[in-house]
Design a binder for this molecule. Sequence first.
Ligand code: HEC
Length: 104
Amino acid sequence: MVLVAALAGVLCGSSFAAAPGSGGSVSASEQTCRACHSIDTTKVGPSFRAIAERYRGDSDAVAKLKKSMLEGSSGKWNTGAQMPPNAISAADAERFAGWILGVK
Ligand code: HEC
């Protein structure tokens, strides 16, 4: 498990930093997300690609994802886990949401 998490961290290492318009490093909050998410494998939470696919075409997607990140989420993805509220700013949540929705 630890190895898997470490690997995913390496593989996804520069992804957030490469997000368009990211304007600098994302630091600690980004590390937290990676404990539970990766780009294309389900970990504790759904993969970012699966999230992008589910919300594609939803004009409220950014608002919905932002709310989930800030307030926490459970029961939507049937992972058997829940996401606690994340200690990130609304601006960061919006940026993450935009980035996740752009994952192809
Ligand atoms: C403790 C583990 C954990 C952490 C840390 C975590 N998540 Fe999650 N995340 C989850 C789980 C579990 C779900 C599925 C929740 C559900 O079923 O409703 C989820 C769902 C999501 C969703 C989809 C929400 C929806 O409404 O469909 C997004 C987007 C997301 N996470 C982004 C993030 C970002 C960005 C971070 C870092 C700021 C983060 N998560 C940190 C576990 C986590």
